[in-house]
Design a protein around this ligand. Structure first.
Ligand code: C5P
Length: 404
């Protein structure tokens, strides 16, 4: 819980992305951060202050000269209170105010009075973002040590496509968490596999599974947030690459095997979360397989290499600390321990995929961790939070020199 107790002032300026900040504030509260919300006049045309009051549980700050607020927390106190000032969305007009030091409303005044980390999440039409004046202001703000997060690229509310979308609340949250972490894993090399693999049958069909890749991506992100050098070997998934992570896209188990084996020799830690297909067809058809009135189709399948077992079999100093995953529907403890021993792993994280809403495809999970002479249960939580707990256990066991 890195954001627990941290004081975040979310300042909302006038853009349609203001509605997304309701979700941002809610997620910050979930992480037990202390959150205050400030809104400019223009922001209140998009979302009412009452909405933010409800999600933050605090009165929303809107006026520079508010007699009631001045008694308790005026603009200077508000600026002093905040560790992080996150302006989201940030309009071109606000950027100009910040760059020039104009102080003519509550937000621009708090901005000048705030001595902590200032962050802006720009959101505007793509042409506006690319305008020389806006780019000049962005450069000025950067030289003032303001963090500029985004904008993202994509379709805009006005119908244009290009750079100017505010980053999604989940991404803003991740970046805030990253700021809060100490970089205790600087220099540690980590390789993670994630997602499903696809085994082609013919040019248009494949064998695969329902893995979403979320657990592996959450782990890659958690390691990167703590300063590790992370390579993520990923099957086809619908997820964006976590900040600072090197992603290598692969399709089949054989491709994943090749990519992993070339990285594993220099890795300190290897974690296999991928749901690798156990089998592939011995020979992919060069042309689309036709029905031709046949009553069925026989596929000749051959076994794929076990990537995890092959990394665990590396000898001597080249062998990383090896962590496997096991998805089981029963006898979690027994099957997990068998797999730990058979594949010669240092640790295994087992999840019960028979529980609805956990594991495969879900945002939440619960894990039973097993190592040679111990075990530990990580109860149900968001995969992001669980990933950080798992990182802590892996680091501790690796330092203790736990052996398979
Ligand atoms: O044997 P099983 O497939 O249940 O083992 C699951 C673990 O092994 C996971 O960590 C998975 O990523 C890894 N695995 C692998 N290569 C395979 C099959 C599984 O790395 N071919």
């Amino acid at each position: 819980m890195t954001l627990q107790g941290r004081r975040v002032l979310v300042a909302i300026s006038g853009g349609i992305a203001a509605y997304k900040c309701v979700e941002l504030v809610r997620r910050l509260k979930d992480r037990q951060a202390q959150v205050r919300v400030l809104m400019t006049k223009a922001a209140q045309s998009f979302v009412g202050p009452l909405t933010f009051q409800a999600v933050s549980g605090e009165p929303v700050h809107t006026e520079l000269l508010d007699p009631a607020a001045e008694l308790g927390m005026g603009h200077i106190e508000l600026a002093r209170w905040a560790e992080f000032l996150l302006v989201a969305p940030t309009t071109a007009n606000q950027m100009a105010h910040f760059a020039l030091g104009v102080a003519d409303d509550l937000l621009s005044t708090v901005w000048l009075a705030h001595a902590g980390q200032k962050i802006i999440a720009p959101a505007m039409n793509q042409q506006m973002w690319q305008a020389p004046a806006v780019q000049r202001n962005a450069a000025l703000l950067q030289s003032d040590h303001v963090q500029i997060w985004g904008p993202g690229h994509g379709e805009q509310a006005c119908g244009d496509v290009g750079p100017g979308r505010m980053l999604e609340p989940a991404e803003l949250l991740n970046r805030l968490e990253t700021l809060c972490f100490g970089k205790d894993l600087d220099g540690v090399r980590v390789v993670v596999t994630a997602g499903p693999t696809r085994e082609r049958l013919d040019p248009v069909r494949y064998l695969s599974n329902f893995s979403s890749g979320k657990m592996g991506y959450a782990l890659a992100q958690a390691f990167a947030q703590r300063g590790a050098d992370v390579h993520l070997v990923s099957g086809p998934v619908q997820l964006s690459t976590p900040m600072g992570v090197h992603r290598i896209d692969v399709e089949s188990a054989l491709e994943m095997h090749t990519a992993v084996m070339s990285l594993a020799l220099t890795a300190d830690i290897f974690i296999a979360t991928a749901a690798v297909a156990d089998f592939r067809v011995d020979k992919m058809a060069q042309q689309k397989l036709k029905k031709n009135g046949a009553p069925g189709l026989m596929l000749n399948l051959v076994t794929n290499p076990d990537i995890l077992a092959d990394v665990a079999a590396l000898e001597g100093t080249k062998r990383p600390f090896v962590v496997g995953f096991a998805a089981e529907t029963e006898h979690l403890h027994q099957y997990g321990r068998e797999k730990l021993e058979r594949k010669r792993l240092d640790m295994i994280a087992c999840n019960d995929v028979s529980v609805a809403g956990l594991g495969f495809g879900s945002d939440r999970n619960a894990l039973l961790l097993l190592w040679n002479d111990g075990s530990c249960y990580l109860p149900e939580a968001d995969k992001d939070q669980l990933a950080h707990q798992l990182v802590d256990h892996i680091i501790e066991k690796r330092q203790l020199g736990v052996q398979h």
